[in-house]
Design a protein around this ligand. Structure first.
Ligand code: GLY
Length: 322
């Protein structure tokens, strides 16, 4: 009798991030706790045999529900005082992807992105169309005020006061090579994301954000744009980025990084190269997590901090800088 062939079972890996910026000391514990909880929840999915896509969705959902981060509840506000959310989820085995942008009535945009990935022939929905699609597939629509925190109303008010006094810059588009002026813009990079490799060797990536403080309503950043703030392909790597979106979008930086891995560069080096390129080409700031199909990974940022967590065969660990 022939021995049946088995699909090899690999040690799974999950990496999460909770934004890259000048995280103040008094917020450090909240960031570490947040990424730790996301890691625990997502990794439990992987160890039970769940898919990379399931694990990424679970981890990002935890980060969206945590008011520490600029995603889901407690996100930065638009110039008109509302929360507008963007998210993308991508399955590296099939290249199926689901994206939503400018949604105001969904508590967990990453779950709406999952519905797009699973249930639609399309890849991307925006605004009320995205909300209607999610509602038609069973998601609850909430009032936007349920996502708005008093902390964020105050932050927006203070920012708009500074604008009125000429002390803040409305023209900033994320590119600034001067460290002094760049530092004044580094307070808004709490986008969250996750990349995973499951026991079957499949990759997935997800990124979710409330975008930048005082953004013009309707503005979409890099996070939910395929190949910009998020990408996954079993033939190259899975990636999630955080940082000011405009420079990341202009460089299609997620795909840039995964293409490097496909060409033989290690994820560790490709992550460093991506962040160096972001700064050298456009003066951009941010962070990246990058995971290859063999479990090799890379993390990099050029901001003072990046909240990160990794769980793999060596156990879970978290940190605030690389
Ligand atoms: N990286 C998030 C944004 O710029 O919207």
């Amino acid at each position: 009798m022939r021995t049946p062939t088995r699909t090899p079972v690999l040690a799974p890996t999950l990496i999460v991030h909770g934004g890259a910026w000048a995280i103040p000391a008094e917020m450090a514990d909240d960031h570490q706790r947040g990424v730790s909880r996301a890691l625990e929840t997502g990794y439990a999915v992987l160890t039970k045999g769940g898919t990379a896509t399931d694990a990424v969705e679970a981890a990002v959902t935890i980060l969206e529900d945590d008011p520490t981060f600029d995603a889901g509840l407690g996100s930065f506000l638009t110039s008109s005082g509302r929360v507008q959310l963007d998210a993308l989820l991508m399955d590296g085995a099939t290249l199926r992807a689901g994206g939503v942008a400018c949604v105001e009535r969904l508590r967990n945009p990453i779950q709406a992105a999952r519905l797009v990935l699973d249930k639609s022939p399309h890849v991307y929905f925006v605004g009320s169309g995205a909300e209607a699609f999610a509602a038609n597939h069973g998601m609850s629509l909430i009032d936007n005020s349920a996502l708005v925190l008093e902390r964020e109303r105050l932050r927006l008010h203070e920012f708009q006061e500074r604008l009125a006094q000429g002390l803040a810059d409305t023209t900033f588009s994320g590119d600034d090579k001067d460290p002094e002026t760049a530092a004044s813009h580094l307070s808004s990079h709490d986008t969250v994301g996750a990349v995973a490799l499951d026991q079957h060797g499949n990759l997935a990536a997800g990124t979710s954000t409330g975008g930048t403080l005082n953004k013009t309503p309707g503005r979409v950043g890099d996070s939910s744009l395929i190949g910009c703030g998020c990408y996954a392909d079993n033939h190259s790597a899975a990636v999630s980025l955080t940082g000011w979106g405009e420079p990341i979008m202009k460089l299609v930086l997620g795909k840039w990084a995964t293409d490097r891995v496909a060409s033989g560069v290690t994820p560790e080096l490709a992550a460093q190269q991506a962040i160096s390129y972001l700064f050298a080409r456009l003066g951009g700031h941010g962070g990246i997590i990058l995971l290859g199909p063999d479990g090799q990974f890379g993390l990099a940022h050029n901001t003072p901090c990046m909240a990160w967590g990794i769980a793999d065969k060596d156990g879970p660990r978290t940190g605030l800088s690389i």
